[in-house]
Design a protein around this ligand. Structure first.
Ligand code: R5P
Length: 301
């Protein structure tokens, strides 16, 4: 079975996944016209075969276009069934209407994939349960919490003396915190949060107790790190002894690294669902790979 990837962003990722899941990396030609338009041609014979495509709907927009064109190319090459593997489902944040006239980007992305010819999606830690409902095709929703929980345990191997509290930095992260709480047998606390504007996070009251404890902050993503930085500062003020951040998607845009560096965080654990994440320089950052997790899913599906 062949696995294909979009032009550059997930090339290495697809190669590693292919090795672990015993798939062949398919050749694809990507070219650009002078105006930036993308040309795609599949270089394998895939007629009547099941194929996999690794890509993302996240910016830059070429990622999405490359994926849609690649899926279309596989269709013209008469592939039997196309599964999209989307380590990070971009545009997933707009998953409900706060007011009419807004774009429902998560639904549009799911529809675009289906329209192009994708017939199954494997995604990791979607932004919210609402996003799952937008997929009108089978969806394998892979959770990274077990992997993150194992990594937290390894990080705390020499510090078993203090109790853990799992902290959700906002209401939306409470289900993740509860799942992590079950995995680590720990209590859950959560912050109230409001967003006066995009990418600005204001945290309110903390519900729960972190004094003298190791606080484990969980969320689906760190984007500008406004949420995590503010939560970490407040946790320190509330008496947390140590702060560990365990988040699936390290978007790390804009001021994220600078903000993380200035906070009292002891460790930031993220996964490799976004390309180039291991090139981010921050000595407290640990990147764990979701590839073995996906390879395991392959064996099952
Ligand atoms: C919000 O709903 C998300 O789960 C994250 O908390 C948020 O997107 C993180 O953004 P930032 O890092 O920019 O605060």
């Amino acid at each position: 079975m062949f696995i294909f990837s979009i032009a550059t962003a997930y090339h290495d990722f697809a190669g590693k996944l292919a090795k672990q899941a015993h798939l062949k990396v398919g050749r694809v030609e990507f070219k650009k016209f002078s105006d930036g338009e993308i040309y795609v041609r599949v270089g394998e014979s895939v007629a009547q075969k099941k194929v996999y495509v690794v890509g993302t709907t996240a910016p830059p927009a070429d990622n999405l276009i490359e994926m849609l064109l690649l899926v279309d190319a596989l269709k013209t090459a008469k592939a039997l069934h196309i599964t999209a593997i989307i380590p990070y489902f971009g545009y997933g944040r707009a998953d409900h209407l706060v007011e009419s006239g807004e774009a429902l980007s998560a639904k549009l992305m799911a529809n675009l994939l289906h329209c192009a010819g994708v017939r199954r999606v494997v995604a990791i830690d979607l932004h919210s349960p609402r996003v799952e409902k937008f997929f009108t095709m089978p969806l394998v929703h892979v959770r990274a919490q077990e992997l993150l929980a194992r990594t937290i345990k390894a990080e705390l191997f020499n510090d078993q003396s203090s109790a853990l509290t799992i902290v959700a930095p906002d209401h939306g992260a409470i289900p993740l915190a509860k799942r992590m709480g079950r995995l680590l047998r720990a209590r859950v606390a959560w912050f109230e949060k409001i967003r006066p504007q995009h990418n600005v996070a204001q945290l309110g009251a903390l519900h729960g107790d972190v004094a003298g404890k190791i606080a484990v902050l969980v969320d689906d993503m760190i984007d500008t790190a406004g949420t995590i930085a503010e939560a970490a500062n407040q946790l320190k003020q509330h008496g947390a002894k140590k702060i560990i951040v365990a988040v699936t998607h390290g978007v790390l845009s804009g001021p994220a690294l600078e903000r993380l560096k200035q906070t009292p965080i002891d460790k930031v654990i993220i996964t490799d669902t976004l390309p180039n994440v291991s090139q981010k320089k921050f000595n407290k950052l640990r990147v764990v790979s979701v590839i073995p997790l996906l390879a395991e899913k392959f064996r099952r599906i």
